[in-house]
Design a protein around this ligand. Structure first.
Ligand SMILES: *Cc1c(COP(=O)(O)O)cnc(C)c1O
Length: 397
């Protein structure tokens, strides 16, 4: 592949034509404060030191890179798993929330808000707020609160206040609206922790930078195994796209690396019950960012669906919209049933029970043939404990 441009963010906050900050005027001061400070503050030596220390002692980094021997034999190629499932709280999301809480402290913020769908980001946020001793309010759709009671209990146990969003469909987008409303009303003391590479600039870039620790570690870990820092293919599931952004980050502009993104096709792309944004999305604005987005002909956001709550999002972050649009990354979409079968397969082939989100990524092995000497790097973004009830129902365990 020829690489003639950078796939990272530009000075104005765009990835190609995607990104930017399309926000109501009342949010300008909040976004401007972040934009002016995020690079400066996160580049300071004492920030880096504290971030690295917490990633090591609290999150458990570096996460292992694991050569999946039985899987590699079966698929006749070299398969490595980056074990983000071993992070504290069970997924990559904590890398970002640690980064943002440290930034919030340096901005003098005394209160944190966040929105959550399935509750994974809510738990990661409540966790770092407990760690930092900062007040935490999590907005969550009333319907999601009913569907995700264990995560609601976790957030409460960690000391967070969970506020139900009772408008609209009572799900993630309504919780987001509530969080934005809160932020407009509390611009001085409050920081809003967004959980993926979505939202207005500088969020996508800021979150990608915090998650980039994943590919930073992969470089030296792969060097030890393979004598080279890069894989031939790097593969991750994409909801908003933060675990993917993290494992792609240091390979974005490296033409030797083929990038593969796996989206959720739910019950099938044509059924109206999917979250396959690259196939079904058109350019639009969601959460302050210009990106690819599933929408009706008159521009209303379509309700997405996936069996995995973390991929159940109607857009993708602007980095991924650009990776798709430019042809830099290969996108595939995978149905619920294929992902569920991979959840079982990975458990029995390697003894690793993955999150259902994560399980989607492995489906590439069923649709694409790789060379025996190819090095495949999968992001094992999270563990399956949270999904046990779904696995139990599905497989009648
Ligand atoms: C939240 C989540 C995802 C999806 O979010 P991204 O921002 O696309 O990474 C994927 N895997 C796991 C385990 C998650 O918890």
């Amino acid at each position: 592949m020829k690489i003639s441009q950078s796939y990272n963010v530009d000075k104005k906050g765009f990835y190609g034509e995607f990104g930017g900050a399309f926000i109501p005027e009342m949010l300008y001061p909040n976004i401007k404060e972040l934009e002016e400070n995020y690079i400066k503050l996160t580049s300071e030596i004492n920030f880096k030191r504290e971030f690295e220390q917490l990633l090591k002692d609290y999150v458990g980094r570096p996460t292992p890179l694991y050569y999946a021997k039985r899987m590699s034999e079966k698929y006749q190629t070299k398969i490595y798993l980056k074990r983000e499932d071993l992070c504290h709280t069970g997924a990559h999301k904590i890398n970002n929330t640690i980064g943002q809480i440290l930034l919030a402290k340096r901005l003098g913020k005394t209160r944190i808000i966040a929105e959550t769908g399935a509750g994974q980001h809510g738990v990661a946020t409540a966790t770092v707020c407990a760690l930092a001793g900062i007040n935490c309010v999590i907005y969550m759709g009333e319907l999601d609160i009913k569907r995700q009671s264990p995560n609601v209990a976790r957030m409460k146990m960690l000391g967070a206040t969970v506020r139900p969003a009772i408008s609209g469909s009572k799900t993630l987008k309504d919780a987001t609206n509530e969080a934005i409303r809160d932020w407009i009303n509390n611009p001085v003391d409050t920081h809003y922790i967004i959980g993926s590479v979505v939202g207005p600039h500088p969020y996508p870039d800021m979150v990608a930078r915090f998650q980039s620790v994943i590919s930073e570690e992969c470089r030296y870990q792969l060097k030890e195994f393979e004598g080279r820092e890069y894989p031939d293919h790097v593969i991750a599931c994409v909801g908003g796209g933060s675990n993917a952004a993290g494992i792609y980050y240091h390979y974005l502009d490296d033409p030797r690396v083929n990038i593969i993104a796996v989206e959720a096709a739910g019950q099938g792309i044509k059924t109206g019950k999917s979250a396959a944004t690259s196939v079904l999305g058109k350019i639009g604005i969601i959460h302050g960012s210009k990106t690819l987005l599933m929408q009706t002909q008159d521009g209303q956001i379509t309700e997405p669906y996936s069996i995995s709550a973390g991929l159940d999002y109607p857009g993708v972050g602007p980095m991924h919209a650009h990776l798709f649009d430019s042809g830099r990354a290969e996108f595939i979409s995978v149905q619920d049933k294929e992902a569920m079968n991979w959840g079982l397969a990975l458990s029995q082939m390697e003894g690793i029970i993955p999150a259902i989100e994560t399980a989607h990524a492995f489906s590439i092995l069923d649709v694409r043939k790789f060379e025996k000497e190819d090095v495949l790097l999968f992001n094992c973004s999270g563990r399956g404990d949270k999904d046990l009830d779904t696995y139990i129902d599905y497989f009648k365990l």
